[in-house]
Design a protein around this ligand. Structure first.
Ligand SMILES: [Zn+2]
Length: 307
């Protein structure tokens, strides 16, 4: 028992497919354009430091948009598959749309997961290459990157204070023939707030004080005491504590880090894995830095490590 297929219906299906093919093409063009804009913008930046900042700030976000455009293309193309079935009944158009949507969302989500968990490590490697690629001075000489011990003479006290709390990391490049100095500022491993008095990123949390306990009925109140490690200015900020507190299994860091033969240590890598499975690598030049870092490191439960 077959339904008779009206010529209007066939016309409608054909028009529908035409629109979907055009939308597929447009989505793919959009994906390509978004990708090319990213590549062109990046290649227009001349300095390694500029490229570093651009990639760190925009690359993952831009790739995600490219991923969304491709997902849209998958959705539209899915709406053209299997004409013969669709011609039998209108209901198949909706079934097909729904399946296409599922496949497209799945694709978009997979891209999101890759960009969130797998890709950052790859990107970090590229960033590291950009950061440590030899700089060229105005005189055309290859500059030398000073070690943490050597660079302090070129940094003012505020900058050193920022480095000591790991909020900012300065790279000092020197042309040994002309004494040209080039200082680059990078985000450090730990968060420190900008001090309202001196303007350096040296405001660190000193202590927390619970002024009202949270119960199941009422929010609590917490006062955080901050102190600038450079100009010693203080700040006290109130925070509400959520009603119901869940216990959190905090990751415990190994405490006693002793490494003999400091002289022969080139670099130390620390990998910290959170209970959620995020991994983060940190690089240091000597064990004093590591000890100091571990001392200040706290796996902040409100915030993911994103630096
Ligand atoms: Zn200050």
């Amino acid at each position: 028992m077959h339904q008779t297929i009206s010529p209007e219906y066939i016309k409608f299906i054909n028009a529908w497919h035409q629109i979907m093919y055009i939308a597929t093409g447009l989505s793919l063009v959009l994906a390509l354009v978004l990708y090319l804009i990213h590549v062109f913008k990046l290649s227009a930046i001349k300095t390694y430091k500029g490229k570093y900042d651009y990639i760190r700030l925009n690359q993952i976000k831009n790739y995600q948009f490219v991923g969304f455009a491709v997902a849209a293309a998958i959705f539209f193309y899915g709406n053209t598959v299997g004409d013969i079935t669709v011609i039998k009944s209108l209901i198949y158009i909706f079934v097909r749309s729904f399946i296409s949507l599922c496949v497209a969302v799945l694709f978009g989500y997979v891209i999101f997961l890759i960009l969130k968990f797998y890709y950052p490590t790859k990107m970090e490697n590229r960033l590291r290459r950009l950061r440590y690629a030899p700089r060229i001075s105005k005189a055309g000489n290859e500059m030398k990157l000073l070690s943490e011990e050597e660079e302090d003479v070129h940094l003012d006290e505020g900058m050193q204070a920022e480095e000591n709390v790991f909020s900012v990391d300065y790279d000092v490049w020197v042309d040994e023939q002309t004494d040209e100095v080039h200082i680059e500022k990078y985000s450090g491993y730990l968060e420190a707030l900008e001090c309202g008095s001196c303007g350096f990123r040296t405001l660190t949390l000193q202590s927390e004080e619970i002024t009202r306990e949270a119960t199941e009925e009422h929010e609590g109140e917490l006062i955080k005491h901050y102190k600038c490690t450079y100009c010693k200015a203080q700040r006290h900020t109130k925070f509400p504590i959520a009603k119901v507190l869940k216990s959190i299994n905090e990751y415990k860091l190994p405490e006693d880090y002793v490494l003999k033969g400091q002289r022969r240590v080139k670099s130390i890598m620390i990998e910290i894995v959170s209970t959620k499975g995020d991994k983060k690598e940190y690089f240091f030049q000597n064990t004093e830095q590591v000890a100091e870092f571990l001392n200040q490191f706290e796996y902040d439960k409100d915030k993911e490590i994103t630096t």
